[in-house]
Design a protein. Structure first.
Lengths: 409, 409
């Protein structure tokens, strides 16, 4: 496969593209409650200590630890009960020596108290008195001020894609609006005279548009906004018109080229005509997906993706999605990977990176990766698989039984 | 920790809940293009063969294989060129013996053609003639009718949560609308006199609502529709009113109880009052999250989740999210897990299942799981972690260096 040796490996091709982009999209302010999956545009420092006051982590009695010294079940210490701490309010009392106050989980410790004795380690005694059955150390069962996070600490880094717990942490600190990267809009154009919309009754020779929908799903999965521009006939003027409009309206353009050579040529011409610097490269050392075109026009990335549905998805995962992460300023995230034993040999050729779809199986406590062989024209190759295994550029293949990383779809 | 021995393990508690539910929610029809992440309500059989006609998988010449027999670079076979197959149309010609037709990738084979010779294995000869430099076998470079999928085959099973490739496959077959499970709506109520809305300026003794937001994010992540009913004061009548309204309007109810014992009691009373059979169990053999309440009221599941933010999220992942999968009829999905070496010992106690938050590190080519120790009151314990490790019910802990499964958040 010497045809691959003059082509850049996927990682270098991506690098070549990203270094021609002006950077991340401008941020926007959104309510924290609606920010799941969005990417933080700037690191956030805690505006306060959390907890902001000493809290009990148990139901029990707030005490001065030194008053409980030496207490055991056989030789309890007796303390006067001075009322009860109401949830959500500042304790009205200041704890006197040899006194205790009933307190609930999450309640604020009264002045002078420095520990909480769990209710299980106490016993009612005479009225307004309890027996302490176990000595408490200073700070026991108490959440200290700033124990969760201290004021001024960076709590969330710039570029973090927000998870449910991050939203909770922001809310805990009263941060109800945040600056996040704008969601990149991605224009999707399908081409090819043989390609028909899914709702069409197709005749012999015609196929339905797959790529506009698989790519929409992928784009949405990383926070992008897919916008479909339909199917454009196999002619230069039509494609140029639609592509120009699409790139004006969106942040990213992806043309899924029809499968014939003539459409690929037209796609390259159009991508080159949209603005400087134009096409950066045509062809990547990857299988499937070799006939990929990468371009930048006036600061916006533009992709010529292969028409074959499997190739289009592989290239979108390898090159388009990282570009969308980049535009959002998202921290580089390792794709979720699972280790598995390969169930059979996979041949490859040095000089290209192979992406082999696999199905994950669990057998006798082992995780197995079973290659799903199928031509890259066949969408059901992907439907039958759970992820893919990468055969590196300089490898001649992988062996049965080898432990491989499966990148999950 | 003998307190755990009378409690059900989480898996059995979940089973106890699910077997009291009437089943999956009724399906609804949605456009396939908008069905990413939705769950198929019924298996789908292919209405047609795909491809529906024999297609070329290469740019080249459609031939009768037998006409190329014996062709080599030194002794090529000469074939007359009979026109070109236009993309998207039925070939007008029927291939005559010793003839070839120019064909593009994805083009339909003409009548009598049974193979395609790649353009690289041909060479122009006299006008309207080519040299075939390599013999083609029958079917070579041809996608056969039904090679991707055959008519009548089940292509996608009931309960599948739709991925981008599944949408593409449906579109390829012209299936533009599908029946999916209705998205379960989940009413979220926070309780506790100490709990304030995130936008409030809190005073000493008060904390902001975290759980309504972390739980909203989790619910949305599995296709549920979170609906927040705000913060209800710590009193029976108020909580009962809000819970009744919430359960009327939604498919699932989750009350995140304030942390004090009195609110937990009120929560249990309210959950028991909503309808038959009422509370199924109070307390689960899990840490964190022991004071969990599971109830069913008139066929709808209702949860009393712990007030501590870490506990609330752990229990939501272990019990609430599987319930939402169940209501959608989703195929049981293994959570995404990663194998990693534990960086230090983790103690546990037999009789309870421990869920220990961990951070994933990559060092010297090894994946490491570093326990993030922190009280379950502290939301930043989760912010600092990437997933959790489960210490099984009957284990006394895990050892440093042990290989563990990390369930990713």
């Amino acid at each position: 496969m010497t045809e691959f040796f003059t082509l850049l490996p996927p990682a270098e091709a991506l690098q070549r593209l990203l270094e021609r982009l002006p950077g991340t999209l401008p941020p926007e302010s959104v309510p924290t409650a609606a920010a799941l999956g969005r990417v933080l545009a700037a690191g956030i420092d805690s505006p306060a200590d959390l907890p902001a006051f000493p809290r009990s982590s148990m139901d029990g009695y707030a005490v001065r630890a030194r008053d409980t010294f030496g207490a055991t079940p056989s030789l309890p210490t007796y303390l006067k009960v001075a009322g009860e701490i109401r949830m959500g309010s500042v304790p009205a009392i200041s704890l006197q020596p040899a006194h205790a106050t009933l307190i609930h989980t999450g309640g604020m410790l009264p002045e002078n108290a420095d520990a909480v004795v769990k209710v299980e380690n106490t016993q009612p005694s005479r009225e307004n008195e309890i027996e302490i059955l176990k000595a408490a150390a200073v700070g026991e069962n108490v959440l200290k001020v700033g124990e969760d996070v201290t004021r001024g600490t960076e709590i969330l880094p710039s570029g973090l894609r927000l998870r449910p717990q991050d939203l909770g942490a922001l809310m805990a600190l009263g941060i109800t609006h945040i600056e996040v990267a704008r969601r990149p809009s991605v224009a999707l154009i399908a081409t090819g005279d043989e390609v028909m919309p899914p709702e069409a009754a197709t005749g012999p020779g015609q196929v339905r548009d797959i790529n506009s929908y698989t790519l929409s799903g992928l784009v949405a999965s990383v926070g992008g906004l897919p916008k479909r521009y339909g199917i454009v006939p196999d002619d230069l003027a039509s494609l140029k018109n639609t592509a120009e409009k699409a790139l004006r309206e969106c942040d990213v353009l992806a043309i899924s080229a029809g499968s014939s050579a003539s459409v690929r040529d037209i796609t390259e011409q159009v991508l080159h005509s949209l603005g400087a610097p134009g096409v950066l490269l045509h062809g990547v050392a990857i299988k499937p997906g070799k006939p990929t075109i990468l371009a930048v026009a006036n600061g916006k990335p533009a992709f010529g993706l292969p028409g074959n549905p499997v190739s289009a998805m592989v290239i979108a995962r390898i090159l388009l999605l990282p570009t969308l992460h980049f535009l959002q300023g998202a921290l580089a995230l390792d794709a979720t990977k699972v280790s598995a034993h390969l169930t059979r040999n996979v041949a490859s050729a040095a000089g290209r990176e192979d992406h082999v779809p696999v199905r994950i199986l669990h057998r006798d406590g082992e995780t197995l990766a079973e290659p799903v062989f199928g031509k890259s024209n066949l969408i059901f190759t992907l439907v039958r698989s759970d992820g893919s295994v990468t055969v590196p550029l300089n490898s001649n293949g992988l062996s049965q039984g080898e432990i491989v990383d499966v990148r999950l779809y």
